[in-house]
Design a protein around this ligand. Structure first.
Ligand code: FAD
Length: 546
């Protein structure tokens, strides 16, 4: 059941658990796995300011928690991305004479006591961290605060930094979280307008440590702690690792570069790597545009056959760049002083997408049941799903016989990323055409996507399955073939990811006739769409009557 009040408000309430901690010998910033940056990061900025005020060193702590990864279906791809980012952060921090102490700890329920032990050992006066809105993580922070309060020696401060506007600041008149996006968006914008400098401003990171700190007898050994290259149980095949590193280079500089390419006129590709066949396409190279991809975003964003979106999601999901910075730079690139959420500009549309990210995080914070495998609309807990292993596996492998679904799934399997339209079509196909439980799709996306993010993934899946907040109505089911014609008219996306169809030209690419499919070794469609659609509507309609 939903907690009342929501847990994140409890963490808010305890966030300064010890007002006047005794003098300590250091300040600790606990960097979480969705917090992997130094720039524009509230908790590290405050920790750094505190350390300077007290003239003590700053220590950055990162706890690897394999049990949490399992509980949240974290993929080996994502963990590898985290480690690659941490390696870069470690060297940046050591240039500032700040150690990054990366440590693995199990069981996860003992993490609060373990961290408290470290704080005592280091004689820390303050701990700062950015808040995570997942239930277990909020409970963990409450537990740590409780232990620290009992001992009365460390002040723990948990800050809101994941969203542009924190949960609790965009509410209905009676203080509840919004469950419909449009009114949320309007209030979200007016909240930002009222406090632009607070939300959009860059948090400074003054250099906290005096170089002499390095030789401090207690902490100097922390500088020797390396970031591991892998976490047991999350080993990536070396070839996949190489591909992921090529598609998604780690580090804040890479994130800023990907953003710059999206915002800048004449940039043809978001990609720093070489693995995406579309971003390398000769077509784009021959026709350099005079408009930035952001400028074209409003008209082009649904096209999967070119590089039409920012591809910032892996960096935003891991916090390698803040959403604030993205919005600020997008506005600056268009010479705008106020947040634009209009439907007819590229920047307005793009900021609306960033607002969806905030929206789903607010949903997670206000309605924690969504992260516990529950549909937001409880009545749909009783849908009778099909248990067809062969269909599920065909969907995962991109062998459903529906070319656009297969291209999307194979894009995810190869690149660790999928275009938003691909996600919507693939998710709706699994839940409506195959009538397979959305939770199985949600889990598979977390397994393969490098941008796997609990709030957005859950929101996207529940939207597609019509079980979530502000969902697609259950009777509006995408026809994957007509979708395919709209978003990939020439079939380039399909040809790029489905080699069996690489030589097919013309409209047949969207729905190859059975004889052609057989000849090319491409599977026939698993189900007939019109019949499947009727069956799904019946099933949802009958639940609605109960
Ligand atoms: P852009 O179009 O450039 O958008 C910019 C940013 O806005 C994105 O990076 C993302 O942070 C945010 N955003 C865009 N669309 C959405 C949205 N619908 N919901 C929430 N945030 C959004 N996004 C994830 O980051 N992680 C996920 O695990 C994830 N799973 C999804 C599952 C399903 C079934 C669906 C339908 C959507 C999912 N999304 C997820 C949302 C969206 O598809 C991706 O954020 C987007 O495709 C990422 O590409 P981009 O960075 O080029 O997006």
């Amino acid at each position: 059941a939903d907690a009342s009040p929501p847990l994140f408000q409890l963490v808010d309430a305890v966030h300064r658990n010890v007002d006047n901690p005794p003098n300590g010998e250091c300040v600790v910033y606990w960097m979480r796995m969705e917090d992997l940056r130094i720039r524009d990061n509230r908790a590290i900025a405050q920790a750094s300011a505190q350390a300077r005020k007290d003239s003590v060193p700053l220590i950055v702590l990162h706890v690897l928690s394999p049990q949490d990864y399992i509980a949240h279906d974290r993929s080996a791809r994502k963990i590898d991305f985290v480690l690659r980012n941490l390696q870069i952060i470690r060297s940046r921090l050591s240039e500032l004479d700040i150690p990054l102490y990366t440590v693995s700890h199990e069981p996860r329920t003992k993490i609060p006591a373990f961290i408290h032990g470290l704080l005592q050992q280091w004689k820390a006066s303050h701990l700062f961290a950015n808040m995570e809105y997942e239930v277990d993580e909020l409970r963990r922070d409450i537990a740590l605060s409780g232990i620290a309060r009992k001992h009365g020696k460390v002040s723990c401060t948990f800050l809101h930094d994941r969203c542009i506007v924190p949960p609790g600041e965009v509410t209905t008149k009676d203080g509840r979280g919004y469950t419909v996006y449009s009114p949320f968006l309007r209030t979200w914008k007016s909240t930002i307008d009222q406090a632009t400098s607070d939300y959009i401003g860059e948090a400074p990171l003054p250099v906290a440590n005096d170089p002499a700190v390095r030789s401090h007898p207690v902490y100097s050994n922390l500088f020797d702690v390396e970031v591991p290259h892998e976490v047991e149980g999350f080993t990536l095949d070396p070839k996949v690792r190489e591909r992921m590193a090529s598609c998604w280079p780690a580090g804040e500089d890479a994130a800023h570069e990907v953003l710059r390419r999206f915002l800048e006129t004449m940039s043809r590709t978001s990609h720093l790597g070489v693995t995406d066949p579309l971003s390398e396409s000769a077509k784009m190279a021959k026709n350099p545009s005079t408009q930035s991809r952001l400028g074209k975003y409003n008209d082009q964003r649904d096209r999967v056959d070119a590089d039409t979106t920012s591809r910032m999601s892996p960096y935003l999901a891991a916090g390698v760049i803040s959403a604030r910075t993205c919005v600020r730079e997008a506005l600056e690139s268009c010479g705008k002083k106020k947040v634009d959420i209009s439907r007819d500009t590229g920047v307005g549309r793009w900021i609306q997408e960033i607002a969806w990210r905030d929206f789903y995080n607010h949903i997670l914070a206000f309605f924690p049941r969504v992260s516990m495998g529950r549909p937001f609309l409880e009545k749909y807990a009783h849908i009778q799903w099909e248990t067809n292993e062969a269909h599920l596996q065909a969907w995962k492998d991109g062998r459903t016989g529906v070319p656009v679904v297969d291209a999307a799934m194979r894009q995810a399997n190869t690149m660790g990323w999928m275009h938003n339209r691909g996600r919507m079509i693939a998710a709706m196909y699994l839940t409506k055409d195959l009538l397979i439980d959305w939770r199985l799709g949600e889990r598979y996306f977390m397994e393969v996507l490098i941008d796997g993010d609990l709030a957005s993934n859950n929101g996207g899946w529940q939207w597609s399955a019509s079980t979530g907040v502000d969902p697609a109505p259950y009777f509006r089911i995408f026809n994957p073939y007509t979708q395919s014609q709209k978003i990939d008219p020439g079939g380039e996306y399909i040809r790029a990811f489905v080699p069996e169809l690489a030589k097919v030209r013309g409209p047949e690419i969207h729905k190859p006739p059975p004889a052609l499919a057989d000849k090319l070794g491409y599977p026939r469609a698993l189900v007939e769409h019109d019949m499947a659609r009727k069956q799904a509507i019946e099933r949802y309609k009958n639940i609605g009557k109960k």
